[in-house]
Design a protein around this ligand. Structure first.
Ligand SMILES: NC(=O)c1ccc[n+]([C@@H]2O[C@H](COP(=O)([O-])OP(=O)(O)OC[C@H]3O[C@@H](n4cnc5c(N)ncnc54)[C@H](O)[C@@H]3O)[C@@H](O)[C@H]2O)c1
Length: 320
């Protein structure tokens, strides 16, 4: 059985998934759509697919089994509804959008049309994250500190709040999602932001930095900090503190226990696994191995939107 696959968005992350799919048997890229004509024509040539600049036309003309939606956050919404109504299974890049109301509408359409979904939180498939999960089963964490410290990505849409949602919603969402995956339900958040440092960047209106305090239903507390002004010393990860050990997760994991340390690096390609699991789920209609479904990613969106609201209002925001 060969699945006919289409893409909306043919930029950076789309090409990452396209490379993975070229390694997965039983998949055929039939069409790609991007509003950037030059970009989509080049990608279509490379992947031997048909280019489109209008996704409605692509969905009408091609009988797709699965669709990868790899657009920036602001573009999500109607394309998901249109695809689900045609019974097309969906892989959607994070974040799933900027509007909770629209995402809930899409969730209803997904359920109604029995669509298999997967969202691009590939960290959930890392073997080192499995290792952290097994440590957490046996040991109670007392505190965690997540962080995403980087420079500003070059794509124009990223630096506009109305298009990307800002760093917390667009990028650090990976760490918020990981915190939910490891520690469970968040009860409330309080966040602060810093603006106006990147004077040399034209046309930007997002926060330069933010700090979010999270309180979980379990009683665990932690922080997630973001910065997008760095020109050196980039770092992404999370430290988890226990009574008798510390886990430092940042690509690999370092476990510090009294006077000994062990380092474990990942031995898997989590992005490839994420795509393999999605393709298998579409073929078998068994989604049990998918670690981030649309409904689950909606909870991560709700969490980051709540943190964003706290940043704007200066109030503690309860997660409903
Ligand atoms: N999972 C990950 O680790 C990861 C990594 C990078 C990016 N992403 C996510 O992937 C998404 C895209 O990021 P990117 O880096 O590929 O951006 P990009 O700018 O390189 O590519 C996005 C493409 O979407 C196209 N596009 C925009 N609106 C469209 C529309 N209405 N119809 C068709 N095409 C449209 C743009 O022209 C562009 O070519 C973002 O949400 C980002 O957060 C995820």
């Amino acid at each position: 059985m060969t699945l006919k696959i289409g893409f909306i968005g043919a930029g950076g992350i789309a090409n990452w998934h396209l490379e993975h799919l070229s390694k997965i048997e039983g998949t055929k890229i039939v069409s790609l759509c991007d509003v950037n004509k030059k970009r989509v024509e080049a990608a279509a040539k490379k992947w031997n697919a048909k280019p489109y600049t209008d996704y409605e036309r692509m969905l009408e003309e091609q009988e797709l089994d699965a669709l990868y939606i790899c657009t920036p956050p602001f573009a999500h919404g109607n394309m998901e509804i249109s695809a689900t109504e045609r019974g097309i299974h969906l892989f959607i890049e994070k974040p799933i959008g900027l509007s909770l109301k629209k995402a809930k509408e899409i969730e209803v359409a997904i359920t109604k049309n029995k669509i298999v979904t997967s969202v691009g939180y590939q960290r959930r498939y890392e073997d080192i994250v499995d290792r952290i999960c097994s440590i957490l089963k046996e040991n109670r964490a007392g505190l965690f500190m997540g962080y995403w410290m980087e420079g500003m990505p070059s794509v124009d849409w990223w630096r506009r709040k109305e298009k990307s949602g800002g760093q917390l919603i667009e990028q650090t969402t990976h760490i918020f999602d990981l915190a939910r995956y490891l520690f469970g339900k968040v009860e409330k958040v309080f966040a602060v932001e810093k603006k106006g440092l990147m004077e040399d960047v034209k046309n930007y209106n997002i926060e330069d930095a933010s700090c979010v305090t999270l309180v979980f239903e379990s009683g665990l507390v932690g922080t997630i900090c973001s910065a997008c002004f760095l020109s050196c010393g980039e770092k992404v990860g999370m430290n988890i503190y226990f009574k008798d050990r510390v886990i430092q997760y940042d690509g690999g994991i370092k476990i510090i226990e009294s006077n000994q340390q062990s380092k474990i690096s990942s031995s898997v390609d989590a992005g490839l696994i994420e795509d393999q699991v999605f393709i298998e789920a579409v073929k078998t209609k068994d989604a049990s191995r998918i670690r981030s479904t649309y409904s689950d990613a909606l909870k991560t969106l709700a969490l980051t939107l709540a943190a964003d609201e706290s940043m704007r209002t200066g109030r503690v925001v309860e997660i409903k």
